[in-house]
Design a protein around this ligand. Structure first.
Ligand SMILES: N[C@@H](CCC(=O)N[C@@H](CS)C(=O)NCC(=O)O)C(=O)O
Length: 205
């Protein structure tokens, strides 16, 4: 049994999609931002979600690492291309681009007070975060030009990860209209029954 620490609208969404694709047994512990469970920092030192307790009792954080681990554990369910296959390098590239470039840039907007000691500088931090996030989304949008999915010919958890991040965009709460390729991928994912079902709780769209 896996235990997923999460809350609606958070990065726990992409892990929940991966666990559900895998058909893995899991329970969800809801972690409120303002009041995480006592001792939660022992599981997630930054007190962030998602965190995943594995069947052997260890807990790991980092959404991309968790998704890659689930892909390795359940290689046949379409979470992503397996190690050694043609599409694996792109899968890894985009998983890390999303988690190491776009995710923290978006969080810089929402937690702007962590990026300056100058209270008068908060708005500038937010505006710079939007510009930088837009730069990242533009890169992804161009990469999707002429192709259906981020990693090769098949949908993967990287596409779900992208849709989640795109709906955190602080200006529109959705991908900007000009990112037509990202919008297209999101529209297809919205019709995916599994993604749509989990979105009923997470409400990204
Ligand atoms: N690098 C982490 C980032 C996780 C993260 O920033 N989670 C947000 C929710 S989407 C959070 O819990 N923020 C609360 C905080 O940072 O205090 C990951 O990829 O899992």
């Amino acid at each position: 049994m896996y235990t997923l620490y999460s809350r609606p609208g958070s990065g726990g969404f992409v892990v929940e999609v991966a666990l559900t694709m895998a058909g893995a047994p899991y329970e969800i512990v809801r972690v409120e931002k303002a009041s995480p469970p006592a001792g939660y920092e022992k599981l997630s030192p930054l007190r962030q979600v998602p965190a995943l307790t594995l069947p052997d009792g260890r807990t790991i954080t980092e959404s991309a690492a968790i998704c890659l681990l689930l892909q390795e554990t359940y290689p046949q369910v379409g979470i992503g291309p397996a190690a050694g296959t043609q599409d694996r390098p792109e899968f890894l590239r985009w998983m890390f681009f999303l988690s190491s470039m776009l995710y923290p840039t978006l969080m810089r907007f929402f937690f702007c007070e962590r990026s300056t000691t100058d209270a008068r500088g908060l708005e500038a931090v937010k505006q710079a975060a939007i510009v930088e996030a837009d730069r990242g989304f533009q890169v992804v949008d161009e990469a999707l030009s002429g192709r259906d999915w981020l990693a090769g010919g098949q949908k993967s958890i990287a596409d779900v990860y992208l849709a989640m991040l795109a709906h955190w965009h602080p200006v529109a709460d959705r991908p900007r209209d000009e990112w037509t390729n990202i919008v297209r991928v999101c529209e297809v994912l919205k019709r995916d029954p599994l993604v749509a079902k989990l979105n009923e709780v997470h409400r990204f769209w």
